[in-house]
Design a protein around this ligand. Structure first.
Ligand SMILES: Nc1nc2c(c(=O)[nH]1)N[C@H]1C(S)=C(S)[C@@H](COP(=O)(O)OP(=O)(O)OC[C@H]3O[C@@H](n4cnc5c(=O)[nH]c(N)nc54)[C@H](O)[C@@H]3O)O[C@H]1N2
Ligand SMILES: Nc1nc2c(c(=O)[nH]1)N[C@H]1C(S)=C(S)[C@@H](COP(=O)(O)OP(=O)(O)OC[C@H]3O[C@@H](n4cnc5c(=O)[nH]c(N)nc54)[C@H](O)[C@@H]3O)O[C@H]1N2
Ligand SMILES: [Mo]
Length: 764
């Protein structure tokens, strides 16, 4: 049998799909990838998985209003019936309740291919049909996105454009990495990557003599070869540590007054707070030591080391995915300003070095390939992570970034390219909220937990079954993605599904703009090529690009240094803040009067943390990090991820002392629980953790047992996490603020059903 190779791309890397007899048998990494992701091995299994949705399906009991249990049977129907039904529901709901009765934010990563990017397509389709309620922000860096414009006039540094690794290797002497530099996370770039380079950059930095200090609840947040100093910190207390470093700088006269005077505003306000002028509490190293469990001498020493050399303060995105997540980011900027290195090569602050492969990678400043999203005529959107609040409280009011708004009354939910039963917090609450809408429509390729909780499920092709162009504004490559196999089952491309729906609703031409799949591939590539031409970057013509399988951008001539122009000329290159400067205190935020986001960086105790009152009852802080062996929930059923399950459960890491107290050993099945829920997991005793911290990866497919106990059997930690906004300013997710307890599971081990497709009822 002959084997044919097709170039393709996933968020975790570029590859060639090897196809034999109509099946993908292997994915070979892109030849120029320095460190390909092992996750490529999951693709053939997933493409041909028994969990593929093969036909459109309708949930039994939907019409009768029976609750969505996740265990309902489905009736398979043909495409015409399904599409008529969907078009009919959209028309009915728009007519009876208006466009804002449709929720189409559809948060989620979808595919790396940009023509077929499902979330872009569903929003485009719904916006053109009259609009819908959208979502703004994201779960990745939602708090930062709405805070940073007030402080530095832009949120560009969280999009990946930070002082680049070239500049760090050459100029930085000390990297202070809050939240660490986790190599596992660098397997991924949204929109894919041609080469995994974090390890190589860290090697070069190490060889250049750069020192690393990693502040984190686990030693494993820094790869061992880095020889980093590990400061074990209590989760969610980085702000106190940063403020105490700032306090040390002030009392020892080490802060850079010339920088603060010329480039910042509001330092006096922060200074008074640091000294305790108003509240009688100096934010000294001794004060912080009791909060973050790091001794005062170490804190003072760190401040001195950072001020005596070219230091870079970088924070992982995880720091702001917590209650009051604005504060560590604002405090990091204030601290970097006090150190005076902002705008100097290798100095200042950065976010996300180590959160994603593309962060800090030298790249020309050009957009990636993208399909455009039209305006939403319904002009309505909620902060992304407030979805359960919205569903539970129609008409209820909420505050967000200086505005007060009311939640819409949602009758129909449309989701394509995301998995809310993966990404949202407090899933038992989401499940209650999810019962409110009359109709839920989902496109996916697999029977995910979200698909099983939907009423109308439409099977989507995977990237291997269609032609596309992929890439990202954070990666120096753009990729041709060739259709490698025929659609599996009766799956169809999201694009074709929406085209046919748009046709039924009378706006096909607007949706397609007269283009078919290949015409869209050409069009988005040409847009990128023209943007390149304006900057004298010559990309090959489409046909050569398509035949070659990729194109790459030349390296930029200069190292990128965040805010170097502002540093050179703060008048000409004033920032986009009201003062044009870095706002260490913000009058705009002061004007909002939010007690949960004061007008300067401040220590605010999170709703749940180890120093709080509830820790007496729930003594362990649960940190939920990104999974090293899958992308969120994607590919969880494949062998790469499955191979790390123990007794079929996701692992939970626990400190030896905490394990011993509970008579728990590595390999034991445990129940992790709090007032919101409980899940099973397999214990892994790990001395590389801070004590009273337990850690679980996200992404095990949600597997709720039925009432009364709501036990989640597989190890999805989002049944335990807290579903509140970071603050009224940004309303980001607070996933990383959760307290739990844990005990050995002695009952019979229930089966995990999440990877078994639903039952189907016979055709009528
Ligand atoms: N506790 C906790 N929770 C978290 C986080 C955390 O740190 N802690 N992190 C959060 C973060 S940062 C993020 S970004 C989110 C991620 O949340 P999501 O992006 O929702 O997670 P994914 O599992 O990537 O879901 C993508 C879905 O799209 C489907 N899909 C892929 N390609 C296609 C396609 O071509 N067409 C269609 N129709 N569907 C497709 C996949 O099968 C999958 O079901 O999770 C968040 N949740
Ligand atoms: N393999 C793989 N890589 C991924 C993803 C994936 O699903 N799989 N997802 C991608 C996505 S969507 C995103 S947004 C990024 C997210 O990137 P991040 O948000 O940076 O990643 P996390 O894994 O959530 O957290 C990184 C580390 O932060 C530490 N941490 C948690 N809380 C605290 C705290 O309070 N203080 C300090 N100092 N440290 C803390 C934890 O020890 C954790 O290991 O990752 C991306 N990379
Ligand atoms: Mo994310």
């Amino acid at each position: 049998m002959t084997i044919t190779r097709y170039p393709s791309l996933a968020h975790w890397g570029a590859f060639s799909a090897l196809v034999e007899n109509g099946r993908v048998i292997k994915c070979e990494p892109f030849a120029r990838d320095a460190a390909p992701s092992p996750m490529l091995a999951a693709i053939p299994e997933m493409v041909h998985s028994p969990l593929r949705i093969s036909r459109p399906a309708i949930r039994e009991g939907w019409r009768e209003g029976r609750p969505r249990s996740g265990a309902d049977r489905f009736r398979e129907v043909d495409w015409d019936e399904a599409l008529d039904l969907v078009a009919g529901e959209l028309t009915r709901v728009r007519g009876a309740f208006g466009d804002t009765a449709i929720f189409g934010g559809s948060y989620g990563w979808s595919s790396a291919g940009r023509v077929h990017h499902a979330r872009t397509l569903v929003r485009r389709f719904l916006f053109q049909g009259g609009g819908c309620v959208d979502q703004v922000g994201n779960y990745s860096w939602g708090a930062a996105q709405f805070l940073l414009p007030h402080v530095i006039g832009t949120y560009q540094p969280v999009t990946g454009r930070v002082t680049d690794w070239n500049s760090v290797v050459k100029h930085t002497r000390l990297v202070l990495a809050f939240g660490g530099l986790r190599l596992e996370n660098s397997q991924v770039t949204s929109g894919g990557t041609g080469s995994h380079v974090l390890k190589a950059w860290l090697d070069r930095a190490k060889a250049a003599g750069v020192e690393f200090v990693v502040v984190s609840p686990t030693r494993s947040d820094a790869p061992a070869f880095l020889g980093a100093q590990w400061l074990s910190i209590r989760p969610n207390t980085d702000t106190a540590l940063m403020l105490a470093m700032a306090h040390t700088l002030v009392v020892e006269g080490r802060h850079h007054t010339a920088f603060l005077d010329r480039y910042c505003t509001g330092f006096d306000v922060l200074r008074r707070y640091l000294m305790g002028d108003n509240d009688g509490t100096p934010k000294s190293a001794d004060w912080a030591a009791a909060i973050c469990n790091i001794d005062a001498g170490t804190i003072r020493d760190l401040a001195r080391r950072a001020s005596g050399t070219r230091s870079l303060i970088t924070c992982s995105w995880s720091l702001q995915r917590a209650h009051h997540g604005e504060q560590p980011y604002w405090a990091a900027i204030a601290l970097a300003a006090m150190l005076g290195g902002i705008g100097l090569p290798g100095g200042g602050f950065a976010f996300g070095h180590g959160s994603l492969n593309g962060v800090g990678v030298p790249r020309m400043d050009l957009p990636g390939p993208e399909i455009s999203t039209p305006r939403n005529p319904a002009n309505s959107a909620i902060p992304v992570a407030r979805v359960a609040d919205m569903l539970l409280d129609p008409g209820g009011s909420y505050e967000f970034n200086g505005r007060t708004a009311a939640y819409p009354d949602i009758r129909l939910v449309y989701w394509a390219g995301g998995n809310p039963f993966h990404h949202h917090q407090d899933l038992n609450r989401l499940r209650r909220a999810w019962q409110r809408p009359e109709t839920i429509i989902v496109h996916d390729s697999w029977w995910t937990p979200t698909a099983r909780h939907a009423d109308i499920v439409l099977p989507a092709t995977t990237s291997l079954e269609r032609n596309d162009v992929g890439g990202s504004s954070r990666d120096p490559f753009v990729f041709a993605m060739h259709r490698a196999i025929a659609p599996v089952g009766q799956s169809r491309n999201d694009f074709d599904i929406f085209r046919d729906l748009a046709s039924r609703c009378g706006y096909e031409e607007a949706f397609t703009e007269g283009r078919d799949e290949m015409a869209w591939c050409r069009s988005i590539y040409h847009r990128m090529r023209s943007a390149g031409a304006e900057k004298n970057v010559a990309l090959p013509d489409f046909d050569s690009f398509w035949a070659e399988g990729f194109a790459d951008l030349p390296l930029p001539a200069d190292d990128f240094v965040l805010f170097d122009e502002f540093r050179r000329d703060p008048v000409r290159h004033r920032l986009g803040t009201p003062s044009g400067r870095i706002e260490i205190a913000s009058e705009t935020i002061a004007g909002f009067g939010y007690a949960d986001c004061p007008p300067h960086p401040a220590w605010l105790a999170p709703a749940e943390w180890l120093g709080g009152a509830s820790a007496a009852r729930w003594p362990l802080h649960l940190v939920t990090h990104q999974p090293g062996d899958r992308l969120h929930s994607q590919m969880d059923p494949a062998s790469v991820s499955r191979g790390h399950k123990v007794h079929g459960r996701e692992q939970i890491r626990i400190h030896p002392r905490d394990a011993e107290q509970r008579n728990i050993k590595t390999g034991d099945v445990v129940r992790v629980f709090n007032d919101r829920g409980a899940c099973l997991a397999a214990a892994h005793v790990d001395a590389a953790l801070s004590s009273h911290v337990v850690m679980m990866a996200t992404g095990a497919w949600y597997d709720p047992a039925n009432a009364p106990d709501d036990l989640e059997r597989h190890g999805n930690p989002n049944v335990l996490t807290l579903d509140i906004g970071t603050s009224r300013l940004t309303q980001g997710p607070s996933a990383l603020s959760a307290l739990v307890d844990i005990e050995r599971w002695s009952g019979p081990l229930p089966p995990v059903n999440a990877w078994t497709p639903p039952a189907f009822c016979a055709d009528r």
